[in-house]
Design a protein around this ligand. Structure first.
Ligand SMILES: C[S@@+](CC[C@H](N)C(=O)[O-])C[C@H]1O[C@@H](n2cnc3c(N)ncnc32)[C@H](O)[C@@H]1O
Length: 503
């Protein structure tokens, strides 16, 4: 619930964020709206389940009275009316009353409904729900109010223990959503489509002898690339995984070896690549740049060009040398993707002449990076103009475009809302049935769920390129090439796009 004056959730001002909302005074005159895209699962003839936003809270189980209470939250009834009607009724198989549910459902960690004088609708509907989600994220366990510049390294060294569930719940990535074939990718997986695209760009001619995949997560991309490439194209290629998270390397090696790669693992930080100069032909880096070390500056440091610490001074001097475009006005707190810039410099060092790298991540082109809070850690938008300038300054030829364009994603495919996929995962888990979070078209979901599908209501689909789905337009592909390789024509055509090189 929002405090109308300050636009902040009332519960956040209380010491315990799960402390029940007190139903008294003016609050009772507010009206209740259930969340617009709520997914309901009918467990049996008298029991329905819904999921609170916070994964750590148990599923909400409702009996017929509880389901009626949820149905009655249509923006017409006031809390007083709902309390009079349902307050003393038992609304859950576990005995919670309607009052208990009314006291909890609007808390951010539940986020099942909104109480207010006016609907969270019209132009503000998205703002309200987004804000609510952001507030929940701000208070996720493990997120310090201000995180140190080193916290990402520590998180990857020690924080990730449950690596199998990591990409299902903590940080779902585009390649993870598309690890199985999907209509939106022309019936291919992300890894296969990436390999096809790189081949079309001429990157297998001549074929790379040493490929390094940085931050490969569970390793699906390498497995799927192997499925796309012929035995001849794979032969003689060494596939090296470099990752900061040791448990991921085990999964990467297993999938890659099963797929036939001559695979090796290196436990290291991409900001200091442990490879000799000019020893790598191809680097693949998927959704890892936002994990690299940020530097947090105060505005005054930029105005005076005096860093508050020796490390800040080094980054400031680098920014000056690189002539990064410094978008005005400068904010009071300035975040710079210094780790990603260092990584690019390392790429310049380790790539052979003619060597290439593809870097894919969400990011911005103007302004300054914002933090993006995830459970347990915070990532940082990537400022691609800064990275492109760094690449050019180093001497790379660079090309850049949004990810949907790079992979020619099928624009008119409808895919299941990811929020719905998370909810279904929880229902299936409670029923002891397997379910993987990924991008599903309607028919793909029907195949995966079988008869369970008919027990779900509220399922909704988005156009795969609709920002409301996964904001795919915010993901960009930056490709860099170190000059000195085999001469090629000035441009090549792929699916109607011309890719110009910068000879
Ligand atoms: C968001 S995940 C992306 C995983 C995978 N590429 C995908 O698309 O699903 C980030 C990956 O980068 C690794 N990583 C994060 N920071 C790193 C760093 N500085 N050096 C090497 N690996 C890093 C993580 O352990 C993880 O494997």
């Amino acid at each position: 619930m929002f405090d109308q004056q300050h636009d902040s959730p009332v519960s956040m001002t209380q010491p315990d964020r799960l402390q029940a909302l007190s139903l008294e005074g003016e609050t009772l005159q507010q009206r209740a709206w259930r969340m617009p895209d709520i997914i309901v699962y009918q467990h049996n003839v008298n029991e329905w389940w819904v999921t609170p936003l916070d994964e750590e809270l148990p599923l909400i189980r409702l009996n017929r009275a509880g389901a009626s209470l949820l149905g009655a939250m249509d923006g017409r009834a006031t809390l007083q009316t709902l309390l009079d009607q349902f307050g003393t009724w038992v609304c859950s198989p576990s005995g919670e009353t309607g009052r208990w549910h009314l006291e909890h459902w609007s808390l951010p960690r539940y986020s099942l409904c909104f109480y207010g004088a006016e609907a969270p609708s019209g132009h503000s509907v998205h703002a309200k729900w987004d804000l609510l989600l952001q507030r929940v994220r701000d208070h996720w366990p493990g997120n310090a109010p201000v995180e140190s510049d080193q916290h990402l390294t520590e998180f990857h060294h020690k924080g990730i223990q449950q690596h199998h569930g990591h990409f299902e719940i903590i940080e779902t990535t585009v390649s993870h959503l598309f690890r199985e074939p999907c209509e939106a990718l022309h019936g291919l997986t992300y890894g296969r489509l990436l390999a096809k695209t790189l081949r079309q760009l001429g990157w297998w001619n001549p074929k790379p002898r040493r490929i390094v995949e940085v931050g490969a997560g569970l390793g699906y991309v390498s497995r799927e690339m192997a499925r796309e490439l012929s035995a001849n194209e794979q032969q003689g290629c060494e596939y090296v995984f470099l990752d900061l998270t040791r448990p991921f390397l085990t999964s990467q090696m297993q999938l890659a070896r099963e797929a036939g790669w001559d695979a090796h693992a290196v436990h290291a930080n991409a900001e200091q690549l442990p490879f000799p100069d000019a020893s790598v032909d191809l680097v693949i880096d998927n959704e890892n740049l936002a994990d690299m070390t940020p530097t947090h500056f105060k505005k005054e440091e930029f105005e005076s060009w005096k860093g508050a610490t020796p490390e800040h001074q080094t980054v400031l001097e680098l920014i000056r040398r690189l002539r990064l475009p410094l978008d005005q006005p400068l904010p009071d707190e300035i975040i710079v993707n210094s780790g990603a810039m260092t990584f690019l410099m390392e790429l310049w060092r380790v790539l052979r002449p003619g060597g290439r790298a593809v870097l894919i991540e969400f990011g911005i082109e103007t302004g300054w990076p914002d933090p993006v809070r995830l459970p347990g850690h915070t990532e940082y938008e990537v400022q691609f103009s800064h990275l492109r300038q760094t690449a050019r300054w180093l001497g790379f030829r660079e090309q850049y475009c949004p990810l949907p364009q790079f992979l020619s994603i099928q624009p008119d495919t409808q895919v299941l809302c990811t929020g719905a996929a998370y909810a279904i995962r929880r229902f299936c888990e409670a029923e002891g049935k397997p379910f993987a979070v990924r991008a599903y078209t309607e028919s793909e979901l029907a195949d995966s769920l079988g008869e369970l599908l008919s027990k779900l209501t509220g399922l909704h689909y988005h156009n795969v390129l609709d920002p409301a789905w996964f904001s795919l337009w915010d993901f960009k592909a930056l490709i860099v090439e170190k000059p000195g390789g085999v001469q090629r024509p000035a441009y090549r055509e792929s699916k109607g796009f011309r890719w110009y090189s910068q000879h």
